[in-house]
Design a protein around this ligand. Structure first.
Ligand SMILES: *Cc1c(COP(=O)(O)O)cnc(C)c1O
Length: 439
């Protein structure tokens, strides 16, 4: 390749200004950011290519055929399409067994199946990566809603150290003094400023725990993490792992669902919880999802790559604009989330309005903060998505609490992420915010 220069944005100037009200100052900043991130974008392309081959090979090995793309109804017996999809997930995750179902309504539901599938009254759950994702609070310790606590299952957590690494000393003390039946490891940052845990770190953490007590079930909340690296949690020793199909693995086209992968006996317990105690996995209608689930998985490596590239652009752009960002554009990523401290409630809302205004759907809608079910603070969410709530599509969420951090994730293509971030930053300038690095 000769000298490459991304002039695309420059060619699009008029269009950006006319349709999105983006001024030259922001366009120049985006041009600088685009130059700065070039090498990191190449790294992502090779991760995408590796994962694409992993998926392609799994589809070949499973014998995926045209007739598997059809669906079942009712009880869903003899649904060879659903069975083949679960075989493909097993191969991709290097897991003994998998459940991939439209009946799982969200990532939280998939994680809940794992918690209730494995834990029994009197058991202990230990989170070794600090507070879990917001929507799990009620699942773990809600009152009179059928939470773990209501079933006399105890929960405790070991917070991450200030540098975001696991606190091995405290974990060791806790496991020795009060051995848990299950350990929860959250890969992604979720709605916090902690870093995501990469697969090497997860491997070290699981090795450490198993060394203390090999009977502890190591469970990984894999939401937002899939295909961000070349390995997945089961390969590095996790017993069980779960996530959502409207995030990474849905490739932007799966209308809903979730998955659980891991050891066969554990996955069977989770399936009993999803459906009927003792029921085997050979039932459950795919309704109209088989083709979309398998096609979404096929797209996922590419789409996650675009989201990661968009995240790298977002980090560089917001850093140039003067904000603290997590992670920085040059840091290794293990999830598709980029966080930035906006530091002011009104600017945070303006940012979301700007991002929403650049979406493909509902660009004319202004997002407003609301008390979303499952969350403690009011949340503002900007998303012009094709699939409701799909956060593999470009979206920005923020709980309205100090330090007023914004969490930006997804993006089905890099161009949309660029326009979204430019539009969001432009709104801040319109509110009187001054760029730190005037290009
Ligand atoms: C999104 C997410 C969840 C919950 O998933 P939903 O599909 O929104 O219920 C859980 N954990 C993490 C880390 C997440 O990012």
């Amino acid at each position: 390749m000769g000298q490459s220069k991304d002039n695309t944005l420059i060619l699009m100037d008029e269009f950006l200004t006319y349709n999105y009200g983006i001024q030259p100052e922001i366009i120049k900043l985006a041009t600088v950011a685009t130059q700065d991130i070039k090498d990191y974008i190449w790294d992502i392309s090779s991760i995408s290519a590796y994962n694409q081959l992993k998926v392609l090979a799994a589809m070949k090995e499973s014998g995926l055929s045209d007739f598997h793309l059809n669906d079942s109804t009712g009880y869903g017996y003899s649904d060879v399409g659903r069975e083949t999809i679960e075989d493909i997930y097993k191969l991709v995750f290097k897991a003994e067994d998998a459940i991939v179902r439209p009946q799982i309504i969200s990532g939280t539901h998939a994680i809940t199946l794992c918690l209730f599938g494995i834990l029994r009254p009197g058991d202990e759950l230990l989170s070794v990566t600090g507070a879990p994702y917001d929507t799990l609070f009620d699942v773990i310790s809600g009152t009179n809603c059928g939470s773990l606590k209501d079933f006399n299952i105890n929960y405790s957590q070991v917070d991450l150290l200030v540098d975001g690494k696991p606190d091995y000393e405290t974990i060791s003390d806790r496991i020795r003094s009060n051995p848990p039946q299950m350990v929860l490891i959250q890969r992604s940052r979720g709605y916090s400023l902690r870093p995501s845990l990469n697969l090497d770190e997860i491997e070290e953490l699981i090795g450490f725990i198993k060394n203390l007590n090999r009977n502890i079930v190591c469970f990984v909340d894999n939401c937002y993490g899939e295909f961000a690296e070349t390995k997945e949690p089961i390969e590095v020793g996790a017993d069980l792992c779960a996530g959502s199909l409207i995030k990474n693995l849905g490739g932007g086209i799966v209308p809903g669902g979730g998955y659980v992968v891991g050891r066969e006996s554990l996955v069977a317990q989770c399936f009993s919880r999803l459906t009927v105690p003792g029921l085997e996995k050979n039932c459950g209608p795919s309704l109209q999802t088989n083709r979309l689930i398998v096609q979404g998985l096929f797209y996922a490596p590419l789409i996650v790559g675009e989201a990661l590239k968009g995240g790298i652009f977002t980090s560089r752009m917001l850093e140039l604009a003067g904000f603290d960002v997590f992670p920085r554009y040059s840091e290794k990523r293990s999830d598709i989330v980029t966080a930035a401290i906006i530091g002011d409630k009104n600017l945070l809302i303006s940012f979301c309005e700007g991002l929403q205004a650049a979406g493909p759907v509902d660009a004319r809608v202004a997002p407003v903060p609301w008390a979303m079910p499952g969350y403690d603070n009011e949340i503002i969410m900007a998303a012009g998505c094709f699939i409701q709530g799909a956060s593999i599509e470009l979206s920005a969420d923020a709980p309205l609490r100090p330090p007023y951090a914004i969490y930006i994730q997804g993006g089905l293509n890099l161009t949309h992420v660029k326009v979204g971030i430019m539009s969001a930053l432009q709104r801040l300038l319109n509110q009187g915010y001054e760029l730190k690095n005037r290009p």
